[in-house]
Design a protein around this ligand. Structure first.
Ligand SMILES: Nc1ncnc2c1ncn2[C@@H]1O[C@H](COP(=O)(O)OP(=O)(O)O)[C@@H](O)[C@H]1O
Ligand SMILES: [Mg+2]
Length: 245
């Protein structure tokens, strides 16, 4: 069963003054991407900064319109979790209001207090969090809030774009495990984007390696990591191995 399918997606941006990539005044952020994300799986996208991961995620979310190509999605219930929850959580709103807002927007206000409390429990934050503001939390706690808000209305599909990249390694693992637990409980499909090969390996059933707006290698995670075919994938993997992980 397919959740999302992209065919020959392209998104080019006009080149900025001083930029050096691309030809004829354009950056080929996404340059002919075809992929299929299956229901219930975590599909990982890995690649270096600037290779087009975020642009691809935004195209799939419908935040950006493609120049050409097509996207078909089995659901309209899409959500996103981004790298820096501080930017996406309104600093003037208490956590209760941030979380209940999503239910109000969806006209699902019935028994709101209980739903918000259950949600807090799901992301493992104490109940007194509801009275606090975003700045009163650590980065990891703020990401828990952002995750709670994303799953509030039981989406079928979530784009996670570098969700742990600004966190310490020990906190990263806690958040990744939380994402996995929630995925199981709520049967959510993830598109999981990261520049960090270890993080993508931990999370993903299948992965695609991106370079310069294209997918250069794709397959089951274990296979790609054990037997990379493309020289670029080998290079990426060996640079991680050099650290001794
Ligand atoms: N709105 C934009 N305007 C111009 N160039 C952009 C825009 N968004 C992204 N780019 C460029 O597109 C390329 C891919 O960016 P991005 O998708 O953010 O990569 P990644 O998430 O892999 O780091 C980069 O060269 C970036 O500078
Ligand atoms: Mg990005």
């Amino acid at each position: 069963m397919t959740m999302v399918k992209c065919e020959d997606l392209k998104k080019y941006f006009p080149i900025q003054r001083g930029a050096f990539k691309g030809k004829a005044g354009i950056v080929k952020a996404v340059d002919g991407v075809t992929l299929e994300i299956k229901k219930g799986e975590t599909f990982g996208i890995v690649g270096e900064s600037g290779c087009g991961k975020t642009t691809l995620g935004k195209l799939i979310l419908g935040i950006l319109k493609p120049d050409s190509g097509s996207i078909t999605s089995a659901t309209k219930d899409l959500q996103a979790i981004f790298q820096d929850p501080y930017n996406s959580l309104d600093p003037k709103m208490k956590i209760y209001d941030i979380l209940s807002e999503g239910l109000v927007l969806k006209r699902e206000a019935g028994d709101m207090r209980k739903r918000v409390e259950d949600l807090l429990d799901l992301v493992r934050l104490p109940e007194d969090s509801l009275k606090k503001y975003p700045h009163q939390f650590s980065g990891g706690e703020r990401q828990r809030i952002a995750i709670g808000r994303a799953v509030l209305t039981h989406p079928e599909f979530i784009v996670c774009d570098e969700p742990v990249s600004s966190l310490d390694v020990t906190i990263q693992l806690q958040i990744l495990k939380l994402l996995k637990t929630i995925q199981k409980k709520m049967s959510i499909t993830y598109l999981f984007i990261s520049h960090d090969l270890r993080v993508v390996k931990f999370m993903s059933d299948r992965i695609a390696v991106m370079k310069d707006g294209r997918i250069i290698e794709e397959g089951a995670t274990q296979v790609v990591y054990a037997k990379p075919v493309h020289p670029y994938t080998k290079q990426l993997l060996s640079s991680v191995l050099a650290y001794g992980y």
